[in-house]
Design a protein around this ligand. Structure first.
Ligand code: PEP
Length: 247
């Protein structure tokens, strides 16, 4: 059975001093966790984080990657650059990028493709808004978002990680109930199974106000293979408690 994966998304938070204190707090108290772990940090701190995490069990992650291989794309960071900094995972299609940077399903799929080509595992985020949920469109939305990535990545699809993040639950303190989350995860699992014989090895993470109090129940669901954790990953005791729940 695959180990669960707990990934922190620091979003646009951090400083040299705060990063060092947080990583020290994590590594000092980590013990021997049963799960795999990663921290997706702002790109400007990748070098610092690579040094802080070297030799530890926590993998390094980034929060975005260019769909382009290289060249005249000011401000962008390529998959090859991420790889050079020891990055194992990169978030693609986070709802904040879909919303504030107008990232389309096709762009997210192209970013996932570029990450895979560079040996970096994309964590593909999908999820419905509150309006879409209330209109009964949850399944349709997440399937459409994932279908674009499946279509672009073909047989490589078993190499991705998927994160189901209902937009209405991100940073709001509103968590999907374990049943609501499991229901969507089962839909995503079936879609992945239809696309790949190796779909069982794909981690499907839940994200959206996961915290120390609700993690165990969410992580106990059959198709929830881990968590993508925003706010609670910025406090060492909270993130450690989620890690300890991932059995
Ligand atoms: C996220 O940003 O991916 C996330 C899940 O945030 P939060 O845990 O703060 O809701």
């Amino acid at each position: 059975m695959k180990k669960k994966l707990i990934a922190g998304n620091w979003k646009m938070n951090g400083s040299f001093a705060a990063n060092e204190a947080l990583v020290n707090g994590l590594l000092t108290n980590l013990g021997t966790p049963a799960c795999e772990m990663a921290l997706c940090v702002p790109s400007i701190y990748l070098a610092q984080m690579q040094a802080l995490l070297v030799g530890s069990e926590i993998d390094l992650g980034a929060q975005d990657v260019s769909q382009h291989e290289g060249g005249a794309f000011t401000g962008e960071i390529s998959g090859a650059m991420l790889k050079e900094f020891g990055v194992r995972y990169v978030l693609v299609g986070h709802s904040e990028r879909r919303q504030y940077h107008f990232e389309t399903d096709a762009l997210v799929a192209a970013k996932a493709q570029r990450a895979l080509a560079c040996g970096v595992t994309p964590i593909v985020c999908v999820g419905e808004t509150l309006t879409e949920r209330e209109a009964g469109m949850t399944e349709e939305v997440v399937k459409r978002q994932l279908a674009a990535v499946i279509h672009a990545n073909g047989h490589c699809i078993s190499e991705i990680v998927v994160a189901y993040e209902p937009v209405w639950a991100i940073g709001t303190g509103k968590t999907a109930s374990a049943e609501q989350a499991q229901q969507v995860h089962a839909v995503l699992r079936a879609q992945l199974k239809a696309a790949s014989a190796q779909a069982d090895r794909i981690h499907i993470l839940y994200g959206g106000s996961m915290n120390a109090a609700n993690a165990a129940q969410l992580l106990a669901q059959a198709d929830i293979d881990g968590g993508l954790v925003g706010g609670a990953s910025l406090k060492a005791p909270d993130f450690l408690s989620i890690i300890a729940s991932a059995l």
